[in-house]
Design a protein around this ligand. Sequence first.
Ligand SMILES: CC(C)(COP(=O)(O)OP(=O)(O)OC[C@H]1O[C@@H](n2cnc3c(N)ncnc32)[C@H](O)[C@@H]1OP(=O)(O)O)[C@@H](O)C(=O)NCCC(=O)NCCS
Length: 182
Amino acid sequence: MQPLAGFAWVETDSMRLRPVEESDLPAMIAIHGNPATHTHNPAGTPDAAACAASLNAWRAHWDAHGFGYWAAALHEDPHAVIGFGGVALKSIRGLPSLNLYFRFAPEMWGRGLATELAGAALKAAFASLPHDVVYGITRPENLGSIRTLTRAGMERVGEVQTDVGPPSVLFSIHRDALQIDS
Ligand SMILES: CC(C)(COP(=O)(O)OP(=O)(O)OC[C@H]1O[C@@H](n2cnc3c(N)ncnc32)[C@H](O)[C@@H]1OP(=O)(O)O)[C@@H](O)C(=O)NCCC(=O)NCCS
């Protein structure tokens, strides 16, 4: 399936966001497989095989649905992947739902990049998909993630039991609540 119009190739102030590709595996292992990006993850850091399996699953999601998690690069260095994120389908409380996800290389933190990506993902989701709500799941101690979800306009709506560890916190935003910057 071809990527949906609003998801194919997205530009933000700082980044280009594109569908993940097989050639992103080294970046996936460097970023998604970096323990520094999983300090709050009760499941621990995925090894190289788990990173490859996730990348394959993310690519299959694009093929099946025409949208999914992006690979992010700065305009000034478009071939260097610095993070991953966007919206994809996920079972939340047993229902197929849209999940917002983001993970950047530690050297890229603190520059507003996750906020930019989250904003672009919500804009694309509500412009191109029928879903009225997007969710975000994170750990209560993950202040950076909570702050990013809140900056994107999401509100804390409860807790959700994930695969491992104590319940995580659940955030959501309805399409009517999204502030679209022109
Ligand atoms: C969470 C993460 C994506 C934030 O990325 P980022 O690009 O640094 O975020 P931004 O620069 O857009 O900052 C967004 C907000 O979060 C705040 N923030 C970022 N990191 C923070 C931290 N460690 N503690 C407290 N607040 C933090 C920023 O100050 C900003 O809030 P403000 O605008 O009100 O000041 C990044 O730290 C990361 O990749 N972490 C590892 C992966 C992860 O935890 N992903 C979420 C899984 S659920």
